[in-house]
Design a protein around this ligand. Structure first.
Ligand SMILES: Nc1ncnc2c1ncn2[C@@H]1O[C@H](COP(=O)(O)OP(=O)(O)O)[C@@H](O)[C@H]1O
Ligand SMILES: N[C@@H](CC(=O)OP(=O)(O)O)C(=O)O
Length: 453
């Protein structure tokens, strides 16, 4: 029994949905289908989820939203027409949106409900399309399926108690089509997962029904060892461990949501990333145990948009609770941190810049200065983080030496280095404008010059 999730790029239009239907028909083990909302059809196009967000922004600002409303509902009308289905589902969607705007709901509730319409509408359409093709198919709403989630708007997580009911889905006849990206709280309120969260739904269903395999269909033939936007035609990864994939996705491999691995991992369900355009290609397998330790580094992930708060205080090492008090100031301002490398008398805290408004930044720096009496405090913006990942790294002694050599060859200054204690990853902080050339140099060092070193 397999769970097959199709991302936004795989369900962007009717032509893609026909490919998805062929994939389902080609293997009767594909019993559970999880779909995203239609994604971009071409460069510069809009993801349906973004259109819903734009629609709510216009509604909230009191400006005319009719054009966006038509744009979003027409995306679905075009799909139903091209699949020779009636317009009943898109027409109903339009009514639901207008009705939602007439209800007195909080902005947070409205945005979660609106965002869910993309996945929900597509799942209904796709299930009808399978039925039209003569395949027994049922649309299953996440509430009915048993996806019970936490109360966090736009950031829900699955509750353990959901799994018992989810297991019952196995008894459903035919193909079951489930919309990704959202679930319901215990009191029946809709909540979405973080952006890109249809991957999470797929993993939850796979864990819930104890599937033999979780297939994640996207628009690339495998997970590449580096973001293909930074390196031309990088090498494909055939096999990864959950730990490696989680590190890579958290650090910038947007192909798979970093939180999506956890449910599958807990039930030891293998995951494969495959291409909807080339479903027969083997793709990338993600499993619990590492089989091949020959390569210390399996992937190089990178991301931009970081800031580093640097503090220096003589005898910091003797001051009990210094780090705790520094991080508490960030917690008070609702800022989470990514890394905190420290020395004897100094410490840096790396945060995602989008969390800092000008006002927040000033307040945090002032509080650290006044409450912790530091000698020096500064903040650096426009930082990028590069993460070398591989479970084989712990067994090699020269990874850091090779990495720093490659970074130097790119004429890049290392702003900070951090090695995770599990030795699965090694992080380098650099200035953002050097990112591409540095990643390319690291790619040459680890994947071209001496692929097995
Ligand atoms: N290391 C990587 N390997 C493969 N794809 C990557 C990698 N890093 C970033 N990507 C990007 O992830 C994209 C697929 O993810 P996404 O757009 O979320 O797909 P979907 O619409 O199927 O959910 C690819 O088109 C590619 O541009
Ligand atoms: N549609 C949602 C959820 C999702 O997973 O989308 P995608 O499969 O296109 O990454 C989003 O855009 O965030």
């Amino acid at each position: 029994m397999k769970v097959s999730k199709f991302g936004g790029s795989s369900v962007a239009n009717a032509e893609m949905l026909k490919k998805v239907a062929n994939i389902i028909q080609a293997d009767e083990e594909r019993k559970f289908v999880v779909v995203s909302a239609p994604g971009k059809r071409f460069d510069g196009d809009h993801k349906v989820t973004d259109l819903f967000i734009e629609l709510l922004n216009q509604f909230t600002a009191g400006v005319d939203y009719q054009e966006t409303l038509t744009q979003v509902t027409d995306r679905f009308r075009m799909i139903t027409q091209d699949l020779s289905l009636s317009n009943e589902i898109p027409d109903h969607l339009e009514k639901k949106i207008v009705e939602l705007f007439s209800l007195k709901k909080s902005h947070e509730q409205l945005i979660d409900e609106l965002k869910s319409f993309g996945e929900d509408t597509l799942a209904r359409i796709f299930s009808d399309y399978l039925t039209m093709l003569g395949i027994k198919s049922t649309y299953k709403n996440p509430k009915e399926a048993g996806i019970i989630v936490s109360d966090d708007y736009g950031n829900a997580t699955i509750l353990n108690e959901a799994y018992e009911k989810l297991y019952e889905l196995r008894n459903q006849e035919g193909v079951v089509v489930i919309p990704g990206f959202f679930g319901y709280t215990k009191t029946g309120e809709l909540r979405t997962f973080p952006r890109g969260g249809s991957d999470i739904t797929g993993s939850i269903i796979a864990a819930g029904v104890e599937a033999d395999l979780y297939e994640n269909f996207t628009d690339v033939s495998s997970v590449y060892c580096v973001n293909p936007k930074l390196v031309h035609e990088p090498k494909e990864i055939t096999m990864l461990t959950y730990k490696e994939m989680r590190e890579l996705s958290y650090s910038g491999f947007s192909v798979f949501h970093d939180e999506a691995l956890i449910p599958a991992f807990k039930k030891k369900i293998p995951v494969v990333v495959k291409n909807t355009h080339q479903p027969d290609c083997p793709g990338t397998m993600i499993k619990a145990e590492k089989e091949d330790f020959s390569k210390p580094v399996v992937g190089i992930a990178s991301d931009e948009g970081f800031s580093s708060i640097y503090v220096r205080k003589y005898l910091m090492n003797r001051e009990l609770g210094f780090g705790l008090r520094l991080l508490k100031i960030l917690v008070d301002e609702n800022i989470s941190f990514e890394h905190a490398p420290s020395g004897i008398d100094d410490m840096s805290v790396i945060v995602r810049t989008h969390q800092l408004t000008q006002e927040k930044e000033e307040k945090v720096l002032k509080r650290i200065q006044e409450e912790l009496h530091v000698d020096t405090i500064s903040i650096q913006h426009n930082l990028a983080m590069i993460m070398l990942v591989g479970e084989g790294m712990s067994q090699r002694i020269n990874v850091a030496a090779k990495a720093t050599k490659a970074i130097a060859e790119a004429t890049t200054n290392i702003e900070m280095i951090n090695q995770g204690s599990s030795e699965v990853s090694m992080m380098f902080g650099i200035e953002s404008d050097k990112l591409q050339q540095t990643v390319q140099s690291l790619y040459r060092e680890f994947f071209e010059h001496s692929p097995s070193s």
